[in-house]
Design a protein around this ligand. Structure first.
Ligand code: NAP
Ligand code: HSE
Length: 428
């Protein structure tokens, strides 16, 4: 007997998943055991890129999660509600769930995984991070024997696409964003992409898996890319860096707190993440004894995400077909404790700062003195350009506690020669 899917959503990811399942030749033979039994949408009138009979498509999503015939619910509708309630209902009804919804998992993961564990079913989330890149199962299984200390990712395809095009073409932010939406990379509301919230959801999920505890999303320090300008991209290039939106989770020792953060970052041109361009994502995992492992691939889009969603469906079909006894600890998520998060003031990092100053003698000396007062040592300082009457000075520091750097900046802001500090970015 076939395994019956109830799919919630037939947008970019839902359509890609149905297309993949309807064209199973040359793929894993277990895909032929799957029946697309129900598909839930908002509007029956919308033209669809896939053929499904009228008995399959419905606007009654509750009826899908309550239907005793449905074995697996695939939530690819997105958003917080009603997605959260439908996932919880499906789980309580004893159905396995596959979801691509990082926003719901990052916010309601505790409730969702607890409900799944109580019901003895699985929640599979491979598509929630990295689009088509298999990274969730590797972190849960193959890499889990390592003591992981850092996860650094380019995990948002939209912002990487925008930054890459701004860099290579000198394009304007809003035109590139419109292209990302047209190509199906950006979320319906692109704020989540551009302001870093989508990446924050994803690093919260990766950190939770890597460090074995829950992450409170409010603790993830988040900055987006709106303040990244063509000027900074050009200065970064001159100094040997590219600007990427990085999501980073790091722990010094197994007993120390974590830093979990998302922000635009100057990445040295020779670093493996510097060459990840366009909608591609990459996740660099560092641990002991393995060293460094990098996962790379398409981070968004219909086909890539459908691959990840369908891999989860395949795992569940294999479980259902072999009557494997649940729960398999390599598939479940049983963390109860929240990870302790370290304050950003204690983060040790390099900084890039761009100052607009009055062109008067001694300004660079005064900057150096203020930095020196707080133990901030400078790696480079350049004055190459002017903006109108104002001189532009760019500074890159050595590693420094963020708190010290901020104290120095507060003093610098009070200098009469300083007109403004238009950019402040961390350096990897
Ligand atoms: P989308 O194109 O906006 O599609 C959403 C689908 O869900 C549509 O078919 C819509 O119905 C249906 N839907 C939404 N709310 C509904 C409601 N209240 N009742 C009934 N149907 C509803 O979204 P998407 O890009 O496929 O993304 C889906 C999920 O995958 C999101 O969680 C997203 O974060 C995640 N994801 C997306 C990508 C990507 O590349 N796009 C990659 C990884 C993960 P109608 O068609 O009738 O409007
Ligand atoms: N909007 C997301 C991105 C989709 O651009 O990465 C994939 O999660």
């Amino acid at each position: 007997m076939g395994v019956k899917l109830g799919i919630l959503g037939l947008g970019t990811v839902g359509t890609g998943t149905v297309q993949l399942l309807q064209d199973s030749a040359g793929r894993h033979p277990l895909l032929q055991e799957i029946e697309i039994y129900r598909v839930g949408v908002r509007s029956l009138d919308k033209p669809r890129a896939v053929e499904l009979s009228t008995e399959v498509i419905t606007t009654d999503l509750e009826s899908i999660v309550n239907d005793p015939a449905v074995d697996i619910v695939v939530e690819v509708m997105g958003g917080l509600e009603p997605a959260r309630s439908l996932i919880l209902k499906a789980l309580s009804n004893g159905k396995h769930v596959v979801t691509a919804n990082k926003a719901a998992i990052a916010r309601f993961g505790a409730e969702i995984f607890t409900t799944a564990n109580q019901a003895g079913v699985y929640v599979m989330i491979e598509a929630s991070v990295g689009g088509g890149i298999p990274v969730i199962q590797p972190l849960k299984q193959s890499l889990s024997v390592n003591r992981i200390h850092t996860v650094t990712g380019i995990v948002n395809g939209t912002t990487n696409y925008i930054l890459t095009r701004m860099q290579t073409e000198g394009s304007n932010f809003s035109d590139v964003l419109a292209d990302a939406q047209r190509l199906g990379y950006a979320e319906a509301d692109p704020t989540a992409d551009v302001d870093g919230f989508d990446a924050a959801d994803k690093i919260a999920i990766l950190a939770s898996l890597s460090f074995g505890g829950r992450i409170n999303l409010q603790d993830v320090y988040t900055e987006g890319i709106r303040q990244v300008t063509k000027t900074d991209i050009a200065y970064a290039e001159k100094l040997g860096f590219v600007i990427k939106l990085l999501a980073i989770a790091k722990r010094d020792t197994p007993s120390s707190p974590l830093w979990v953060r998302v922000h635009p970052t100057l990445v040295p041109q020779a670093h493996p993440l510097a060459s990840i361009n366009g909608v591609y994502n990459a996740i660099l995992v560092e641990g002991e004894p393995i060293g460094q492992v990098m996962f790379f691939g398409p981070g968004a889009g219909a086909g890539a995400t459908a691959s990840a969603v369908t891999s989860d469906i395949l795992n569940l079909v294999a479980i259902l077909k072999t009557n494997t006894v649940v729960p398999n600890p390599l598939f479940t998520c049983r963390h109860q404790e929240y990870c302790q998060i370290a304050p950003m003031a204690e983060l040790i990092t390099r900084f890039y700062a761009r100052f607009l100053t009055n062109d008067q003698p001694g300004v660079i000396g005064k900057l150096g003195t203020c930095f020196g007062n707080y133990g901030v040592s400078l790696e480079s300082i350049v004055q190459t350009g002017f903006q109108g009457q104002l001189a532009e000075i760019v500074v890159v520091t050595h590693d420094v506690p963020e708190g010290n750097f901020r104290q120095a900046l507060a003093e610098i802001r009070d200098l009469s020669a300083i007109e403004s500090i238009p950019s402040l970015l961390r350096v990897l």
